[in-house]
Write a new protein. Structure first.
Length: 134
């Protein structure tokens, strides 16, 4: 059976870091109104590292940090405990259904979503060793 990796709110979440690593990413959110008004993509373009997707995560280490930082955020959403992206356990299995349920509850209650990119999680599912820091 296959797996579906959802990005919250969309694939641009991968680029929504102001630095690598980004200490504020753990708390980064977007409002439903921002999505409805089609302003989120513009916000990401303005806030992303270097304001240019082509200059974002240009090395393997930077890409690894981006993925690990998103995994740490997903673990934190599930457990209500902040986990540092550099922690060895950050590449362990994530309960995607729980993340979805938490995001839907937040959307319904506060009309907001936690910015979270899960597209890189397949690397940890395939071989967590690929996400070790060099």
């Amino acid at each position: 059976m296959g797996k579906l990796y959802l990005n919250y709110p969309m694939v641009e979440a991968f680029y929504h870091l102001k630095s690598i690593p980004d200490d504020d990413y753990y708390h980064r959110m977007t409002a439903l109104a921002e999505l409805k008004n089609k302003k989120y993509k513009l916000r990401v373009q303005q806030e992303t590292l270097g304001s240019d997707y082509r200059k974002f995560a240009v090395s393997r280490d930077q890409m690894t940090i981006v993925i690990r930082q998103n995994m740490a955020k997903a673990h934190g959403l599930q457990s209500d405990e902040r986990i540092d992206w550099s922690h060895d356990g950050v590449t362990q299995e994530i309960d995607h259904l729980k993340v979805l349920q938490l995001q839907l509850a937040l959307l319904e209650k506060e009309e907001q979503l936690q910015v979270l990119s899960t597209c890189g999680f397949f690397i940890a599912d395939y071989n967590p060793g690929f996400l070790k820091m060099t």
